[in-house]
Unconditional design. Structure first.
Length: 396
């Protein structure tokens, strides 16, 4: 009997400690991570309520105070809103209207930075600090089929929400990643944030029209992250200038036409634009990079190699040109040459994760798994997502 009582007391103590530990786990959100238990994902209505106050309507007016077009924007920092450049082009005055509560209208002082090629503008807004909450952004690319949603102002219907999936992710060299989605967008959605299901911005919507229909596209946020404020520019200074007749100016017009075609994935049409631009101005390395990229997409790898080499003659320090040259060698089955080019890309820009990822894939093609693993280890501290992708290839 004396033995039974201590054992019974020990069991009671263990049960009590287990209950205390469970209570502590429930009160400590980090405990679920330690146990590798995923916290429940927020629902779409919950996410919308959380992020909508950071989205704004962008209103533009001419010199007479007459309304022009409207678009969408969102806070990236306190008092700073990003939108599409084409939304504010030609405007004399710009305002934003917030979507929290009944909404408030605030004047826009001017543009802090513009990126015409990426169709981006960073606006300075005069409003109280507590009225502008920056949205979280992630440069991690979404997977095809991943759920996404958009908040914007299509056809002046402020704060409209649409959702869908990622249908494709493609690249435009010297610009960034383009995310094509099934979520409906219309005029007025230009500048809308594209969200993943964690409430993070993964892109900015830019409405493109082809054959009379909108193509639902967004530019990945990497380009937004590089948009930093400088000297405040009044809107009158942003009025687009008509290109002159100089060869360089005409080449720029053709180059922009090629970029627009790349947004839509029309590589044949883009190549025609870029080759015309190169004829007008053969000294621009970016044009040769675009020509090479289009030719790789057409399977004309040897011609692409010559185009990339031309770009490197003009700009020997271009990590992107070395990376793209490596791709052309890779698709041509010349893996040793591809490895040499990717190594040069990494040498020129040591913190560029794409070079190490490409190196890893090239080493796998020649059966050198040890060297591929070295690239994966390098990616650990540079780009966790690319590291996961390379490890997945290693473990196939």
């Amino acid at each position: 009997m004396n033995r039974i009582i201590p054992h019974f007391a020990l069991v009671l103590c263990l049960l009590a400690f287990a209950q205390i530990a469970n209570a502590q786990d429930r009160s400590n959100p980090d405990s679920t991570r330690a146990l590798n238990i995923a916290a429940p994902q927020a629902t779409l209505p919950e996410l919308v309520r959380r992020v909508k106050p950071s989205v704004v309507s962008v209103l533009t007016y001419d010199a007479k105070g007459e309304p022009l077009i409207n678009g969408t924007g969102f806070f990236v920092r306190s008092g700073e809103v990003v939108t599409n450049m084409h939304v504010i082009k030609g405007a004399h005055r710009v305002e934003i209207h917030t979507l929290d509560g009944k909404g408030r209208t605030y004047p826009v002082a001017g543009a802090l930075a513009i990126d015409d090629e990426a169709d981006l503008a960073l606006l300075k807004v005069d409003l109280p600090i507590d009225r502008s909450r920056a949205l979280p952004m992630t440069t991690a690319l979404p997977d095809e089929g991943e759920q996404v949603f958009v908040i914007g102002n299509p056809l002046r219907l402020e704060g409209s929400v649409s959702d869908g999936i990622v249908s494709a992710v493609r690249e435009v060299p010297d610009l960034g990643r383009i995310i094509q989605v099934t979520a409906p967008v219309s005029h007025g959605n230009s500048g809308s944030p594209l969200f993943n299901m964690h409430g993070e911005v993964i892109g900015i919507v830019t409405v493109k029209v082809t054959n009379g229909q909108n193509i639902n596209l967004a530019l990945g946020v990497s380009r937004i992250a590089a948009l930093r404020g400088g000297e405040l520019m009044p809107f009158d200074q942003l009025t687009p200038k008509k290109p002159g007749n100089q060869p360089e100016a005409l080449a720029e017009v053709w180059y922009r036409g090629g970029i627009d075609s790349l947004w839509l994935g029309n590589y044949d049409n883009a190549l025609n634009y870029f080759e015309t631009a190169a004829n007008r101005n053969p000294r621009r390395p970016e044009t040769w990079i675009q020509i090479g990229y289009c030719k790789v997409k057409q399977g004309r790898n040897e011609e692409a190699i010559r185009a990339y080499k031309r770009a490197l003659q003009l700009r020997p320090s271009s990590s992107e040109a070395y990376n793209k040259l490596g791709d052309a060698y890779f698709f041509a089955g010349r893996f040793d040459d591809a490895i040499t080019s990717y190594k040069e890309a990494a040498r020129v820009q040591p913190n560029e994760p794409e070079a190490y990822y490409n190196l890893g894939l090239a080493y796998l093609e020649i059966g050198d798994r040890e060297s591929a693993m070295v690239q994966a280890r390098r990616l650990e501290s540079i780009d966790a997502e690319l590291n996961k992708k390379l490890l997945a290839e290693l473990h196939r």
